[in-house]
Write a protein that binds this ligand. Structure first.
Ligand code: FAD
Ligand code: DLZ
Ligand code: SF4
Length: 507
């Protein structure tokens, strides 16, 4: 008899594990364990989504005739680790082989290195075929390249998958990338769609009670029904997202007070848990382009996120060993308390943190250009920032969170992922949002006590890292603007930056 272990982010019937198991003979183990629940201080909505989706998936497998041993965290025996849970089931049955699909996080994979000797039986780790490019192919693509830019990877993926490619194998619309058409600010029109919500069932109610009991001091609100936690809900969310995708392209980079979702799909959590496959999501979007004529900047912009960014960051996580500590800019400032409390006068940060606490969600530009940009220019410790991102989002798993945080947002990987740091002043936030209109700080001012902190920190960042970035062609304009300033102005900007950094916790 084989034992198949299914992890909490492997909730997919397409998982290779199922092809190695026999429904009549073998047993499936799914376990809620303390080690996974506590390896970072997860948002309570993330814990809810994870356990509720695991329980729904176990039920689905049982209905399909599989023998499942489900070990809940609030059961008679709660296990400390996955290893302990497998031990317990293995002792009950005569198990000759353990089968599982490789975990997405190196943290867990390394723990499994001694499993064969520990369990004294073969442990078969299968390649995770839910991704569109294997790690071996990614390494092959990356090896010997001077620059590992996403754009080239993305074009290869378009050709490989055939998504939005015409009969001559050329990109639909004539361009590979409509990024420049993804930057409109949103001023209230057209109105953003309501998010798809679900009626909580008895599984959801039990899990919500368990979270309240076991994690009373955990961070973040829990709202059963806010996110898809079963395959059929994820499918409904996909249909809903595609039917509202027309404006995704235009307003992809927009932000607005009290509008947490705008035109974003809210599919990342379902995708990362395995409730949807990347290819079915992209095919639904490509269908909408051909059948319903949604604009190319929406369809291409969306598909780029999945077959481009999502696959690319996963490849980079393993290829660049981004599971190891990164801090190329030597930043060590502590994370201010308002990353948890939202108690800051910076409206943009306050909005991003408040909705993160309430929903376990902020969209990409909030993550990259508000909290990420702030962490970069304020010189916050990248590992502390990364731990925050890993903890606070419902879609956070190390393989996707670490490259985005340490590579994209913080440039802590030494620039291997991005050609220049995403450092920006308050002008960028003002252009892309209405946050500055109601902010206590003045986005037009660079010095003085009410000047937008992003402005002073931006100039300070450029000055403190000029040895590294001055020769970077893509930052030429930034340094030319700095050089236009008199030495007295530069001194004042430096002092402004110093003052802000000294008062970081009080902003
Ligand atoms: P949409 O805007 O609707 O995009 C569609 C899909 O594209 C997403 O569901 C997601 O699967 C994919 N996608 C988009 N951008 C990225 C990206 N940069 N990397 C990988 N996939 C992408 N995404 C995560 O899934 N988990 C994380 O832990 C995570 N951490 C991030 C940390 C930082 C600092 C930054 C800048 C980005 C991070 N992202 C992460 C990427 C992105 O912000 C989220 O995928 C997105 O906000 C999820 O919301 P959505 O489903 O509404 O996305
Ligand atoms: C995220 C998570 C949590 C909170 N809990 C569990 C759990 O109790 N059992 C489990 O199998 N998986 C859980 N997960 C998902 C795992 O952390 C995820 O599979 C790995 O991080 C991927 O490498
Ligand atoms: Fe953010 Fe500065 Fe605008 Fe305030 S003024 S919302 S701190 S960018």
């Amino acid at each position: 008899m084989h034992l198949g272990l299914i992890l909490g982010d492997q909730l997919s019937r397409t998982l290779p594990t199922f092809r190695r198991l026999n429904r009549e003979r073998d047993i499936i183990v799914m376990a809620e364990v303390w080690a996974e629940a506590r390896y970072v201080a997860h948002h309570r909505q993330k814990l809810f989504n994870c356990f509720s989706a695991m329980r729904h998936f176990a039920e689905e497998l049982e209905t399909a005739g599989w023998q499942v041993r489900y070990l809940p965290l609030d059961g008679d025996t709660a296990f400390a680790s996955l290893q302990a849970a497998v031990d317990a089931v293995k002792n009950e049955y005569s198990i000759d082989r353990i089968v599982l699909t490789e975990p997405g996080e190196q943290r867990l994979l390394s723990e499994m290195a001694n499993w064969e000797s520990h369990f004294n039986c073969p442990v078969e780790l299968l390649e995770d075929t839910r991704f569109l490019m294997s790690l071996a192919d990614f390494a092959h693509w990356a090896q010997g390249r001077k620059a590992l830019r996403m754009e080239y990877f993305y074009r290869l993926m378009r050709q490989r998958t055939g998504l939005l490619m015409n009969e001559e194998n050329q990109p639909e619309g004539g361009q590979w990338n409509y990024d420049a058409d993804n930057r409109r600010a949103w001023r209230g029109e057209p109105s953003a769609p309501e998010p798809m919500l679900f009626e909580p069932d008895s599984i959801d109610q039990n899990v919500a009670t368990m979270i309240e009991q076991l994690f009373p001091d955990g961070w973040g609100d829990v709202q059963p029904g806010l996110w898809p936690v079963a395959r059929r809900q994820a499918q409904a969310s996909l249909t809903h997202a595609v039917s509202h995708l027309s404006h995704f392209g235009d307003f992809q980079d927009a932000m607005a007070s009290d509008e947490p979702w705008l035109f974003h799909s809210r599919l990342s959590s379902a995708l990362n848990q395995g409730l949807l496959t990347p290819m079915e999501v992209c095919e639904a979007v490509a269908d909408a382009y051909y059948r319903d004529r949604i604009p190319i900047n929406a369809a291409e912009g969306f598909i780029r996120q999945i077959i481009g960014w999502r696959e690319y960051v996963r490849g980079m996580y393993w290829y660049l060993r981004l599971f190891e500590p990164q801090n190329s800019l030597n930043h060590h400032n502590a994370l201010p308390d308002y990353f948890w409390t939202a108690d800051t006068r910076m409206q943009c940060v306050q909005q991003s943190v408040r909705q993160t606490r309430a929903l376990g969600y902020a969209h990409h530009i909030q993550r990259l250009m508000v909290t990420g940009n702030f962490s970069l220019i304020a010189g916050l410790d990248p590992e502390a920032v990364s731990e925050w991102y890993l903890g606070v989002y419902v879609d956070a798993y190390q393989w996707v969170e670490r490259p985005n945080t340490l590579g994209m947002a913080l440039h802590a990987d030494g620039g291997r992922m991005t050609s220049k740091p995403y450092a920006a002043s308050g002008q960028y936030i003002n252009r892309q949002s209405n946050y500055c209109k109601t902010c206590w700080y003045n986005v037009k001012e660079t010095t003085g006590s009410r000047a937008c902190p992003f402005n002073g920190l931006y100039w300070h960042f450029l000055m403190r890292h000029q040895d590294r970035f001055r020769s970077n062609g893509r930052m030429g304009l930034m340094y030319r603007n700095l050089d236009k300033k008199s030495s007295a102005e530069r001194e004042a900007l430096w002092q402004q930056g110093e003052n802000i950094i000294a008062r970081l916790p009080l902003l």
